[in-house]
Design a protein around this ligand. Structure first.
Ligand code: PLP
Length: 402
């Protein structure tokens, strides 16, 4: 049939990620009554297991039938009032959008501009908080992993900045492209509201927005005046403890989530993080061998879930992406907003191993050559292999020791 693309689609956008067959099968369920007496057997353990993913003891987990954006909105509207000041560092499309969402809800958003390719500056955050003598800033918003630029920020350092300034603002963290792929510690880092979506590290389709709130955040709900209805935490907190939802839940996704959490536990969260680091290092070795640069300016910003790769002057990243998709059935991530055309992204998160990634790297290499970017054929693939070889022994030794 004309237009048919034989073989597998190589999905290398940084979300949605590959959904493992086990999860696809787990989601293949007939519909059932979500008010039945059996339903809590499915739902109640999900909250407990998700707490392990967020690394929290006392945090309250809520699952919304939404994408990550819904969880952003829930975090803001349940804890803030119009006119409240919040501080956000902007260094990519997602940190831009979250601040914009807060602004649309009437918050007074103070934006700290950082160069795209860098991340949150804890020093600048601390400075802003120290000057805020009357504690008018009610929240600090941090995008842990900026998916648009492949930059990971140091959330623990932001917590230290809040503490050093003795500032009571809540710490809001977007973990959409970090949670369940890069180490995240809600309690240790004193995060008050953490959010994620189902379509990245959790290896599910999009459709679940997960929020985890600290007790300090929950205490602010009663005074929060932002309008909320569908995303009102109070409705969930009334129904969730007995295993039910305030509205019809996305049933297949919940079954998928149950399987995803089993899979993460079987591999072990620390091994999941180590695998992401190892695969990311392979990708970075390929980029270096191509003679190209990452958008992330320094190694301290390197993301282990997505690499944003700058194309040389005179080339358009969108052409590489289009060629990869049309000719090789490979989906690469686009440059967003001010990065449009300047880069392409390889998402290396979720259910992924070396050989899958080598396929993606080979495809990127071929597509780049097709549009005239002179990379040496096989150079990225060879460099990634060498990196894997070097990284394997340490990874295996560590896993054997556990
Ligand atoms: N935050 C980050 C870091 C993201 O990468 C994304 C989406 O890619 C979002 C928020 C928005 O999530 P969603 O598209 O699931 O609404």
């Amino acid at each position: 049939m004309a237009g048919r693309k034989p073989g597998r689609n190589f999905l290398f956008v940084p979300g949605p990620t590959n959904v493992p067959d086990r999860i696809l099968r787990a989601m293949h369920v007939t519909m059932e009554d979500h008010r039945s007496s059996d339903f809590p057997k499915l739902t109640l353990p999900l909250y407990e297991e998700l707490k392990k993913i967020f690394k929290t003891k006392d945090g309250q987990v809520v699952i919304f039938p939404s994408s990550g954006t819904g969880a952003w909105e829930a975090a803001i509207t349940n804890t803030r009032s119009p006119g409240d000041k919040v501080l956000i560092a902007r260094f990519g499309q997602f940190s831009h959008l979250w601040g914009e969402l807060a602004r649309r809800h009437g918050l007074d958003v103070i934006v700290q501009e950082e160069e795209w390719g860098t991340g949150v500056s804890p020093e600048r955050i601390e400075e802003a908080l120290r000057t805020d003598k009357n504690h008018e800033i009610k929240g600090v918003l941090v995008v842990h992993n900026e998916t648009a630029t492949g930059v990971t920020s140091d959330v623990a350092a932001v917590r230290r900045a809040l503490n050093a300034a003795k500032h009571p603002a809540l710490l809001y963290v977007d973990g959409v492209s970090s949670i369940a792929s890069i180490d995240f510690r809600m309690d240790d880092w004193g995060v008050d509201l953490a959010i994620t979506g189902s379509q990245k590290g959790l290896m599910l389709p999009a459709g679940l927005g997960v929020l985890c709130a600290s007790q300090k955040a929950l205490a602010q709900m009663k005074d929060a005046k932002c309008t909320r209805a569908y995303f009102d935490l109070a409705d969930h907190m009334r129904t969730n403890p007995s295993g039910y939802f305030p509205y019809t839940p996305a049933l297949p996704l919940l079954y998928g989530l149950r399987e995803s959490l089993v899979m993460l536990q079987e591999e072990g969260l620390d091994n999941v993080f180590a695998r992401h680091r190892y695969l990311a290092e392979g990708t970075r070795a390929a980029v270096k061998a191509w003679g190209l640069k990452l958008c992330a300016k320094e190694p301290k910003w390197h993301s282990n879930t997505v690499s944003a790769i700058m194309v040389p002057q005179g080339f358009n990243g969108a052409d590489v992406i289009d060629r990869a998709y049309r000719r090789y059935n490979l989906a690469l991530g686009a440059g967003l907003s001010q990065m449009a055309g300047k880069l392409f992204r390889i998402g290396h998160l979720g259910d992924l191993n070396e050989l899958m990634l080598l396929g993606g790297i080979a495809g990127a290499e071929m597509a780049m050559r097709d549009v005239g970017i002179e990379v040496v054929p096989g150079s990225g693939v060879a460099a990634a292999q060498e990196q894997f070889r070097a990284g394997q022994s340490t990874r295996e030794t560590r896993m054997a020791a556990e």
